[in-house]
Design a protein around this ligand. Structure first.
Ligand SMILES: NC(=O)c1ccc[n+]([C@@H]2O[C@H](COP(=O)([O-])OP(=O)(O)OC[C@H]3O[C@@H](n4cnc5c(N)ncnc54)[C@H](OP(=O)(O)O)[C@@H]3O)[C@@H](O)[C@H]2O)c1
Length: 260
């Protein structure tokens, strides 16, 4: 399987991850699809194989399981796949007051959004060093830039993703491995429903987010922000004191949680 350009995408069964898989396949990359829903991954694999002349490998995995990242890289070795791109896209949120949220949900969110992303990145850096370089994209959020009352743990995990990605990018400069962060704003996927909140009107399409991400990775952008409104929102978050942005986010998130 060495002649292909391979990209591994976590959370590829729906939403932004699925669109990223289609976008990379359209552009001639072979894809490794990771998520829990094996049926959805197999349907996507069939669709990609029919439409594009690329190879597809499905690895069904719950990334909150401690050994999942190692098992994924063992499978890549087993199938002699050399990754050009790793996309850490799988992520989940949970709305509501922190005091009312189940701690097991918080742990799952931290395991998925932080621990598995960090472990996969560590494995990918070593893998890519052995194979002469590569690209890593970590999916953060516009929520990485300010505190998120009523969705506090999720926003904090995304602050981690952005900070970690920017630090690693600096460490790896000149190594042949590039690291970028994708910061989408509200996107029309299953995310809100799963997080227990209403959709924001005018959410971006996951297709548009994936296309912007693809271009951004190829331009080796440090941070990729899809859409003008999201760019303005992030700029405002950088300029405003944390207490003010927290109040704005609190108003929005409380409304979305209450109207779910
Ligand atoms: N949608 C938004 O408004 C928005 C905004 C900013 C950032 N983001 C970020 O964008 C990324 C993609 O989210 P999305 O909007 O596309 O949401 P989504 O439609 O809910 O997709 C989430 C993906 O993650 C996978 N996943 C969830 N838990 C998993 C687990 N334990 N193990 C393995 N895979 C798991 C899901 O597949 P299975 O259920 O099959 O496992 C699914 O493929 C996330 O990191 C999210 O935080 C989303």
């Amino acid at each position: 399987m060495n002649n292909s350009r391979w990209v591994l995408i976590t959370g590829a069964s729906t939403g932004i991850g699925k669109e990223l898989a289609l976008c990379f396949a359209r552009n001639g990359h072979s894809v490794v699809l990771v998520a829990r829903s094996e049926n959805k991954l197999c349907d996507l694999s069939e669709m990609i194989a029919k439409r594009h002349h690329v190879q597809v490998v499905v690895i069904p995995k719950d990334l909150t399981a401690i050994h999942a990242p190692k098992e994924i890289f063992a499978e890549l070795l087993n199938q002699n796949i050399q990754l050009d791109v790793l996309i850490n896209n799988a992520g989940a949120g949970r709305s509501g007051l922190f005091k009312d949220n189940d701690q097991s949900h918080n742990n799952q969110m931290i395991d998925l959004n932080i621990r598995s992303l960090t472990a996969l990145t560590h494995l990918a850096v070593h893998h890519m060093r052995r194979h002469g370089g590569g690209k890593i994209l970590n999916v953060a959020s516009t929520g990485s830039y300010q505190p998120g009352p009523y969705i506090a743990v999720y926003y904090a995990t995304k602050a981690y993703v952005l900070s970690f990605t920017q630090a690693l990018r600096k460490e790896l400069k000149g190594s042949g491995i590039t690291v970028s962060a994708l910061c989408p704003g509200s996107t029309a996927t299953e995310f809100s429903k799963r997080a227990g909140k209403a959709d924001i009107k005018g959410a971006m399409s996951p297709h548009k987010v994936a296309e912007t991400a693809y271009k951004g990775i190829n331009k080796n952008k440090s941070v990729i922000i899809p859409g003008l409104l999201n760019k303005i929102f992030i700029l405002a978050s950088k300029l405003l004191p944390g207490t003010i942005s927290a109040s704005i986010v609190a108003r929005i998130q409380r409304k979305l949680t209450e109207s779910f």
